[in-house]
Design a binder for this molecule. Structure first.
Ligand code: UDP
Length: 234
């Protein structure tokens, strides 16, 4: 398969570090990683989560905020991450556009197929922010939907583990690594690497998902070339 466009999904935590929720070293590391992909001639769509700021599920029993509000703040967190990453990527010499299903100022354009068809050919990176625009979803589902809309060949998901396991390998020494699986296997076995809705949509549209460690140097370009340990769901 000739890869022409990829969707990169990173957690908001990938932007954080010793300096706090926005860490200059972490952000520049992500940017140079993405630049290597762009320099190899592959276009990038990017979804950044909001976990460095707020995840709705962490506020489920909150006294002053209902669940839906917590999810709204989560979605707005992804907007903050988006505008920061837009600047950070542009400062590395890449052309970057941002889209959202939310109606936003700040030159964040509408996430519709007409706008995308105009932006995708003329930008190195298009960032999707603001979630699906509804509570109860995660940015994994956003990433899958964005990948399908943008006709990406593959979704690259950088995580804390070096692939998909039957159990969390950080908690269970006997966790088994799963190099290849189908989307339906992931759903049936309740593997938590991505949420079930994301796998359902990916399955319907046959979107391959590569899962690998975010801490591998140059992880995105090497994942595209199959040069690092990863799991493939297809
Ligand atoms: N969120 C939402 N709807 C969406 C996408 C995201 O409500 O369509 C909220 C949800 O509260 C989520 C938060 O935004 O926890 C941040 O996204 P996510 O947890 O996926 O971020 P990550 O863990 O990847 O950093």
């Amino acid at each position: 398969m000739k890869v022409e466009r990829v969707l990169i999904k990173i957690s908001g935590e990938a932007l954080s570090g010793a300096e706090g929720i926005f860490d200059s070293q972490a952000i520049s590391g992500v940017c140079s990683n993405i630049k290597n992909v762009v320099d190899s001639g592959v276009k990038v769509c990017l979804v950044v989560g909001g976990g460095n700021i707020i995840r709705g599920r962490d506020f489920q029993n909150c006294r002053f905020m209902i669940t839906e509000t917590a999810d709204t703040v989560g979605m707005l967190s992804t907007v903050m991450n988006c505008v920061i990453m837009r600047d950070a990527l542009a400062s590395c010499g890449m052309s970057v556009a941002a889209v959202s299903t939310l109606h936003l100022p700040f030159n964040i354009l509408s996430n519709d197929i007409y706008t995308l068809n105009r932006l995708l050919p003329s930008n190195d990176v298009v960032i999707f922010c603001g979630g699906i625009g509804l509570p109860y979803f995660s940015t994994d589902t956003v990433a899958v939907v964005a990948a399908i809309m943008a006709r990406c060949n593959v979704l690259l998901k950088a995580t804390k583990t070096d692939g998909i396991y039957d159990l969390d390998p950080r908690l269970f020494a006997n966790a088994q690594y799963i190099p290849e699986l189908t989307h339906s296997d992931a759903i049936r076995r309740c593997l938590s690497v991505m949420d079930q809705t994301a796998f359902e949509v990916a399955s319907k549209y046959k979107l391959p998902i590569y899962v690998f460690s975010a801490s591998e140097p140059n992880c995105f370009a090497r994942a595209i070339n199959g040069e690092i340990k990863m799991s493939v769901a297809r």
